[in-house]
Structures are given as structure tokens and as C-alpha cells.
Design a protein around this ligand. Sequence first.
Ligand SMILES: [Zn+2]
Length: 454
Amino acid sequence: MTVQSDRGTRISEGSTRAIALRGHVVSCLRDPSLFPRSEAILDIEDGLVVMGDGVIQAVGPYDATSPLLPHSAIVREYPGSLIAPGFVDAHVHYAQTPMIASYGSSLLEWLSTYTFPNEELFASLEYSREVATVFFDELLRNGTTTALVFCTVFRESANAFFEEARRRNMRMIGGKVLMDRNAPSTLTETVQSGYDDSKQLIERWHGRGRLGYAITPRFAPTSSEGQLRSAASLRQEFPSCLVHSHVAENAQEVEWVRSLFQDRSSYLDVYDHAGLLGPGTVLAHGVQLSNQELDRMGATSTALAHCPTSNTFLGSGLLSIDRVRAVRPIIPVGLGTDVGAGTSFSLLATMGEAYKVAALSSSSIDAFSLFFLATLGGANALGVSEFVGSLEVGKEADVIVLNPHASELLSYRMKRVRSTEEQLFVLATLGDDRSVSATYVAGELAHERTVGAH
Ligand SMILES: [Zn+2]
């Protein structure tokens, strides 16, 4: 595997003291389902990742890289642990943090029973701030350093989200939800006010520090055709913003969309017709998409966020990852926790559930491919892979330390592990936030698990 270490010259002293993490370095550099292992995976058993001035300055074997360290560098030893890129959550609702694990119903009932009453509280900036704090703590505890995030219809909720992300210097993308129908009047807006509020937020937050804005129509049923078109014109005005929505999650929802948009040939066609597909558009779920719709996603480079824990929790169905991955040109795919319908903030747990959903839909997905979806694949889907998603020189230093011995059972099982791939698979199946020993954001320690806190 190619090793990057700045051509063998000593790493210069930066404006901040360099921190070097020593451990088993593992990162995807390309999609392992498309490239040979040797090109796709960086795997260094005794490796060093050097971080300074917020970026990765060197990655390589410890023996070759440690002589290049600047004199003032601090080396942190994580023997037996994996040093990996921070996880990327391709679809999550921060405002649903307080309602995770709400008991049983299907998507549309769940929205009206739990989601809408919960989201009404986010008219308060103070309450939004409270929840944003819990949400970001939870992300860091789980090793997630980048996410694409739904706020609520209220500007306050988006302001609280961006303030908190900025305070923590995290690479985050979010947006205020757009809804102008089929929701309580307290949560709906006009086409014009949705446009104006979004524009104001874009001008305030998009491109500031590490923040990005996503234009966020909730899903086709809660936006009129006029609002979807207005979202598309906003996108034309601000082409570097993402578009973030849901598509074809549940059979009943697909029927509803059919009856609401009778002139359109499919659910995806509703967005297509409005001008919302293309690179930089991320649609969550897609469980019920036809092959023609999937082909259209590939042809337009529209990304998909696969949310297995949510799909099983709400009984929405099983996404066949093989069917998605067979499409050419490829559909960029990331993994989403979709909290609060999703049941865990942990991308490790989500990888494990993606494996099970694949198994139940006659697909298969190996551990490196799961790891790719949770890191570089997600970064590709969100259009931020030039900054994050892998351990490469020049990328932002969002790095996590995964402890394969975080629980008694993990530790016992790991004694029988023969390869890095197997280690990752065991972590995906048995791991959670306990396995994340440390999370570094832009080279700074942002979370550290207390020793012994299983
Ligand atoms: Zn969602």
C-alpha cells in the first residue's frame, strides 16, 4: 500500500503542536466493491497518523513516519486499537433525538403521532439549543464527525444546529425543513416564507467555517409542486448547497405520492420534474424504488442514504444493496442512522444492521464495503470527500480511535480474529459507542471515553 509521509522530509512545525496517533491504521481510499483491496484499503498494523493545523500531515508505518515528526509533536499511543477516519452519517434528524425509540407504528402514523408534536417545540431557540448539545455529544461519543442533518421547519432550530456545529468546529451540513401542506398548521409555511427563511439561513451559514447548507423539502407529500420548484430555484441560486429529502420509504407513502402527483410517473419523477435531482442531492431510504427509478438516480448522480435501522424499526422494507450497486453509472451511497426512526447513533451498529438487511434481501456486503459506506462512501454522497472520509495527507483531521476490546464479549471474540476485515466485521456486529475510545475533530480531541466505562 502506498504510504504518504511528505516525501521523507521532516514535517514542519505548524502553528499548533502536532499530535500523532499510533495504532492500527485503517481507512478506505476507494470503493472496495469496485477496486482491488490493495488499491482500496489502507491497512497498517503499526501505523502513525500525524495531525497538525487541523489537517492530516502524514500517514504511514510507525517506523518510517516517527523520525519525520516535528520536535514538539505529541505521540499518543493506542496499542491494539484501530485509528480510522471519523464516521459520516448521511441522514439524521437532530430534532428527533428526544423521541428516539418511540413505540411502534408505520411511517405516516409515526409522523403524526410522535414527530410532528415533537417538532413543534423547536420554535424555541432555547429548546433547540438544548437538543443540539445532546445531539452533538452523542455524535462525538459514537465517532461521527460529519453528518447531513434535518432540522425542523423553524429557522431557530437551524440556527441552533449551526451555532453548535460551529462552536465544535465540525464539518456539518444541515437545513431547515420545507413543508407547506399535509402537516399541522403550526409546522407549515408558505412557499415564499420557506424560500425566504432558507435563503436567509444559506446566507448566514453556508460555507462558513466547515458548515454547509442543504435545501431540505421533507418529502413529496408535505411539499406542493410549487414548493418543490421553489426549492429547485434556490438550488440554482446557490449551486454549492445540497438538496436533502426522503424518497420511497414505505409502500403506503408511495401510494400517497401517486395520488398527490397523478401526472408524475413515479415518486422519483416528482423530484425529477421539479428539477431537484443531480449531483449534490441526497435522498434517504429508496427502499421502494423501481429499477427504472434507480437507473435514473445513477444517470443523474443523485445520492442515496441507506438507513437500515430505521427501515426495520418502522417496518418500511428492505433495501437491496446489490440492486443499488448494480446500477451504472453508480449511485453514490452513504449510510444514515435516521435517528429518531433509526435506533442508534452508532455507525458501527448501523453497519451491522446494513449487513442483516442485505442478508434478508438476498444481497451480501462485506466488512470493508460496510466501512466504506460509513466513511468515504458517505463523504462522496455528501460531496465532501475532498475534505473528509479517509486518512489521507491534506484532508481535515477528523480521526477516531476504535477499541476492539471495549466489552468483555468483544475482547473474547477478538482473540479469534485473523484479519482486519474480520475485526471490522466483529466491531460492526457487536460494537457501539463503547468501542469509540476517542474522537478527534480537526486534529483536536473532542471526545474521550473514560477508561473502564463499558
Ligand atoms: Zn429521515
